[in-house]
Design a binder for this molecule. Structure first.
Ligand code: F6P
Length: 544
């Protein structure tokens, strides 16, 4: 495929960008009274108002044309139909089959995957019910009260984020912990004070070979057996979620207690698969299914809606404007909902592991900027920390503001105050405050420049009535498809992650050098790494 920057449609976008340079959002809104209404789209219970972005109508029209020229619709169709679009791993990309609620088949290698998808969902539902109803018991006959998910990356971030996001729908009698870090502190603190007789471990790993998860899994086993003192207890207290039955059995978990998923589900896209088991235990299968309905509604929207009204496409293209025209290096995600506190962290893997690439599909070094740094914190906390830089700093930081009309905790004036801030921030960022306005407040002249807000800080506003399971599913799918859209335009492979390999290989080489009695060869590493390893060995009483 041609580089998008070589397309005449991109040239038009660029010309539009140059022409619009002097135009402020103040001016754009003053000139065009239907801008806000026309730049608002609805999908799957979500509203996106993208009118406070640094784009003109013409630029958007050119961007949609460019996306068509880049073959975005064909790429969408290829993903949904199970083509092997994950070329470097030779796999289809079918997380959308996990939430395919149409009743239609999805065929991979001439086999319909839907019966298997449904059967795993049914097994998950039966198991979740047994835990929630106290039917599944620990080895000593006690009901399960603690669920500890051991996994990392896509086998951790999704369920950890979702269990927090949907806590109002959760069975509060159950305690959920997520252990990911190989730092033993994570396991020790998560299980502190827990009774092993009432604890279920879910060992979640697509490959079932990931160092962190296997190490934490073995520690969990030892921790359990120190109290229960019988290998047979493992069957009551350990289940696995994986694509790798052989490794699960070798680890010592009966494959009857394994919930399967498939290599066509990428780790960072696996929340609606069996990786969502902790979430299903928390909120029950009915709510989990409602979440899948939300995912599906956004999937259909993405698949069939003309780009002009297509929410993920619009968000993806806007990101390209900032990334590739304005030189923005990062993108902030700012949920005005404490339940979504982990959403930015989840999106970091989704976006940065997918589009943090510098080689294009032709195997050539890209000539353009690809994925931005994703970051964020819930509002209003960020307002008292880093918003200063967004308002008055020298860097352009496009931001998504996510908010809900109704709170799950309608206490006093909290929610109206929260949302007043939500609306105030995007207004202030877009329209700022001129020197004349500052002066009119009686500000001493020497302070005027400090109190001016330039405005023109772009934001998306994403709103829904309430954070329900369905809305949550739609929100996650929205970002998945935004990331997909950008990967297609940038002509990179969004579904592999080779960049995580080198560090893993080197860590495996360094581990014995830290622990062996023999110091490593002095030329085993560069001078910096060798000296640091020596420092560590000496501090642990080993010869440097
Ligand atoms: O190291 C990165 C990664 O491969 C992620 O892509 C993945 O989500 C994570 O590790 C965990 O992998 P697994 O589920 O196989 O343990």
């Amino acid at each position: 495929m041609t580089n998008f920057t070589d397309l005449k449609q991109w040239e038009k976008v660029r010309e539009g960008f140059e022409a619009a340079k002097g135009i402020t959002l103040r001016q754009a809104f003053a000139d065009d009274h239907s801008r806000a209404a026309d730049m608002t789209v609805e999908a799957a219970g979500l509203t996106l108002d993208y009118s406070k972005n640094l784009v003109t109508r013409q630029m958007m029209a050119d961007l949609f044309d460019m996306a068509r020229e880049c073959g975005l619709q064909e790429a969408i169709n290829a993903m949904f139909s199970g083509e092997r679009i994950n070329v470097t791993e030779n796999r289809p990309v079918l997380h959308t089959a996990l939430r395919n609620r149409s009743g239609k088949s999805v065929v991979v290698d001439r086999m319909d995957v839907m019966p298997e998808v449904k059967s795993v969902l049914e097994r998950m539902a039966a198991f979740s019910h047994k835990i929630r109803a106290g039917i599944w018991r620990g080895y000593t006959g006690r009901p399960i009260r603690n669920i500890v998910n051991i996994g990392i990356g896509g086998s951790d971030l999704g369920p950890a984020m979702a269990v927090q996001a949907l806590r109002p729908f959760a069975d509060r009698r159950l305690r959920f912990e997520f252990v990911s870090n190989i730092d033993a502190t994570h396991f020790a603190e998560a299980t502190h004070g827990m009774d092993p007789a009432e604890t279920l471990f879910i060992i979640a790993s697509k490959t079932f070979t990931t160092l962190e998860t296997m190490t934490n899994g073995r520690t969990a086993r030892t921790w359990l057996l120190e109290t229960l003192k019988d290998e047979k207890a493992v069957a009551n207290h350990f289940v696995a979620v994986s694509t790798n039955a052989k490794e699960v059995a070798e680890f010592g978990i009966d494959t009857a207690n394994m919930f399967e998923f498939w290599d066509w589900v990428g780790g960072r896209y696996s929340l609606p698969s069996a990786i969502g088991l902790p979430l299903m235990i928390a909120i029950g299968s009915d709510n989990f299914n409602k979440m899948l309905d939300g995912f599906y509604a956004m999937d259909r929207h993405f698949a069939v809606t003309p780009f002009e009204r297509n929410m993920p496409v619009i968000m993806g293209l806007l990101g390209i404007v900032y990334n590739n025209l304005h030189g923005a290096q990062s993108h902030a995600v700012l949920p005005y909902d404490q339940y979504l506190a982990r959403f930015p962290a989840y999106l970091q893997q989704l976006d940065m592991e997918s589009n943090g690439k510098s080689t294009d599909k032709n195997g050539k070094r890209v000539k353009i900027e690809t994925g931005p740094v994703i970051w964020g914190e819930p509002g209003t906390n960020g307002q008292h920390a880093f918003y200063q830089l967004i308002h008055q700093g020298t860097k352009l930081i496009p931001a998504d503001f996510i908010g809900f009309c109704k709170s799950h905790n309608p206490i006093g004036t909290h929610h109206d105050n929260l949302m007043a801030n939500f609306f105030a921030q995007t207004e202030a960022l877009a329209f700022g405050k001129t020197a004349e306005e500052v002066r009119a407040e009686g500000t001493p002249e020497e302070l005027v420049p400090h109190k001016v807000f330039e405005g023109n800080r772009p934001t998306n506003t994403i709103m829904a009535d309430e954070l329900t399971p369905a809305v949550f599913g739609a929100l996650v799918a929205l970002y998945e498809h935004k990331v997909f859209t950008q990967g297609v335009i940038w002509n990179i492979y969004s579904f592999d992650q080779w960049g995580v390999q080198l560090g893993k290989v080197l860590a495996a080489k360094i581990y014995p050098e830290l622990t062996s009695e023999q110091p490593p060869r002095t030329d085993a590493h560069d001078a910096s790494t060798s000296a640091l390893i020596a420092r560590y060995r000496m501090a642990n009483g080993r010869r440097a």
